[in-house]
Design a protein around this ligand. Structure first.
Ligand code: NDP
Length: 511
């Protein structure tokens, strides 16, 4: 099966369905060489309505299916995802521009893990309520009920993983979903819909519509949608949450960040540099939790910079299917231009010191360009959306590159003298997605990390986000969590029942 036979279709009622009218189309582009992969037509409003209706018709039966049976079906999807790992990874690499070395080992794996986790959780009592005796004559019991038809709206950086992080707890809890992938990375969605069906998920339980922001906005406002689970930028998240609030819909918001990594004075410099590299250059920096503000103890700064420069030599752009490639292009031309504008701002306006990289086109790097000698691209990739891994140093808190989310491979090094000062500066932002520390004294690490204002924190590592770990941003970085036990709670509503077992004393009986 190829996924690019989806051009004029949406997926609902269990299969590909033609859109009832066309409202424009977009092209899915291979970011590594700029070539078009396929055209995809925006799902027209009437077809979005039909997708929502198909989910509504599937809901009564799916929500009443015992959790253990739902779990059995979803575990079959997990097996299929693992069986199709390489084909899906291939698709994700073409669509996102991420090296196959990443997509084949992380993107599908972590999506399947989350589905397995939630299937097992609901199959082993994760949706059970509680009961307690209130007094001798009365007891209370609670039930967790699915919400109904939910919308999932995804970003482009981890397309399949995001689709699974949303649909796994949604479906496991007994809801149905209408999912809209990002217009930049739509190819995984039909593939996933077919795997759900192949495993026995009933028609209408998982549906896909395509298009840009207007399709997401239509879905968000749709009166039959009970919840919107959104991943994207803070500015879009505000619009989506605002529209959902008008109808009192449930929301989960996974938004942007400008996360701080604090290298403590006793840190091992090599380990600190490894963590900082992971926190800035994995997935070409297109990770929401990236630790782009790297606070380094002033006396360690030079040694840290040297360690980073050594490691930059191991960043290898190139053919995305070459196992040695560990650095891809940015996901679209629009995004590449945005990231380059930030880098130029860093050079021209902020006047930060450029340690390596910069706004130049990596295709034009020469061997004499010492810190970019590994970054020379072969001719067939020169029309792709490549940028250089970039490190600024001597940065200050007021610089644009330090304040704004860049969402690309751009690290800012800031130095500090006192740990308290570093923590206060790390917290001086409206965003609070992730944060982390590197150090040897583990008590100091715990104390420091406890004071960092972020929903996801790491000590001596960066980026791992296992299914068991609830993740979500503080402040403007989001609302609610995904994954972990708390991630399931976000897809159910609670009903509490108080049972009086003796004859109730009515105030009216005394009248
Ligand atoms: P956007 O906010 O641009 O888009 C996210 C999704 O929302 C896309 O599917 C988009 O459609 C859709 N959309 C756009 N406008 C509306 C609207 N008015 N109503 C409903 N939906 C709309 O984010 P990006 O795709 O650019 O993703 C990058 C951002 O996502 C970064 O800020 C990153 O930090 C954040 N992110 C957060 C994560 C987290 O877990 N906290 C994880 C991954 C990314 P389309 O793109 O097709 O126009």
């Amino acid at each position: 099966m190829t996924s690019w036979d989806i051009d004029r279709y949406a997926h609902y009622a269990g299969k590909l369905q033609p859109t009832s009218e066309t409202s424009g189309h977009f092209e899915s582009i291979n970011p590594s060489n700029g070539e078009s992969i396929c055209k995809i037509y925006n799902t027209a409003p009437k077809t979005i309505d039909a997708a929502v209706e198909s989910a509504q018709s599937a809901f009564p039966e799916w929500s009443k299916t015992p959790p253990v049976e739902r779990a059995r079906i979803l575990l079959k999807v997990v097996a299929l995802l693992r069986e199709h790992n390489d084909a899906l990874a291939h698709l994700e690499t073409l669509d996102t521009g991420k090296p196959y070395s990443e997509t084949s080992t992380v993107d599908i794996v972590t999506g399947a893990d989350v589905l397995e986790y939630f299937a097992n959780l609901v199959g082993s009592g994760g949706l059970n309520g509680e009961s307690f005796r209130l007094r001798e004559s009365a007891m209370v019991y609670t039930a967790k009920e699915p919400l109904g038809v939910c919308a999932g709206i995804g970003a482009w950086n981890y397309p399949l993983q995001i689709a699974l992080w949303k649909s796994a707890p949604c479906l496991a809890a007994g809801n149905c979903m209408v999912y809209k992938p990002s217009e930049f990375t739509p190819l995984h969605a039909e593939y996933l819909a077919r795997l759900y069906r192949q495993a026995g998920v009933p028609a209408g339980v998982f549906n896909v519509v395509y298009g840009a922001g207007d399709v997401g906005a239509y879905l968000t406002k749709h009166p039959a949608i009970a919840k919107v689970s959104f991943t994207g930028q803070v500015s879009t998240g505000r619009k989506v949450a605002g529209a959902a609030a008008g109808e009192m819909k449930y929301v989960t918001m996974e938004l942007g960040g400008k996360s701080a990594l604090v290298i403590l004075p006793d840190a091992d410099v090599g380990q600190a540099a490894d963590v900082a590299m992971m926190a800035n250059f994995y997935s070409t920096g297109q990770v929401c939790t990236n630790g782009t503000r790297v606070f380094v103890y002033r006396r360690m700064k030079q040694e840290f910079e040297r360690a980073i420069l050594e490691r930059i030599q191991h960043v290898r752009p190139g053919d995305l299917f070459d196992p040695a490639t560990n650095f891809g292009p940015l996901s679209s031309a629009v995004h590449r231009d945005k990231v380059l504008a930030h880098v130029r701002h860093g050079v021209d306006v902020d006047r930060a010191t450029l340690l390596c990289g910069g706004p130049g086109n990596p295709a034009e790097s020469s061997d004499s360009d010492s810190d970019d000698s590994n970054n020379v691209l072969p001719p067939h990739l020169r029309n792709g959306f490549w940028v250089r891994p970039t490190v600024f140093t001597d940065c200050t808190d007021d610089m644009g590159i330090v304040k704004n989310e860049i969402f690309g491979p751009v690290m800012s090094i800031l130095s500090y003298d006192e740990i308290d000062e570093a923590i206060d500066r790390a917290n001086a932002t409206d965003l609070g997605l992730a944060a982390g520390v590197v150090g040897c004294d583990i008590s100091l690490c715990h104390t420091a990390v406890a004071r960092l204002q972020a929903g996801i924190t790491w000590v001596n590592t960066w980026g791992e986000s296992p299914a068991e770990m609830a993740v979500g941003g503080w402040k403007q970085s989001g609302m609610g969590v995904e994954n972990g036990r708390r991630g399931l709670e976000a897809w159910v509503r609670n009903k509490s029942t108080l049972v009086e077992m003796w004859k109730p004393q009515s105030v009216f009986s005394k009248l």
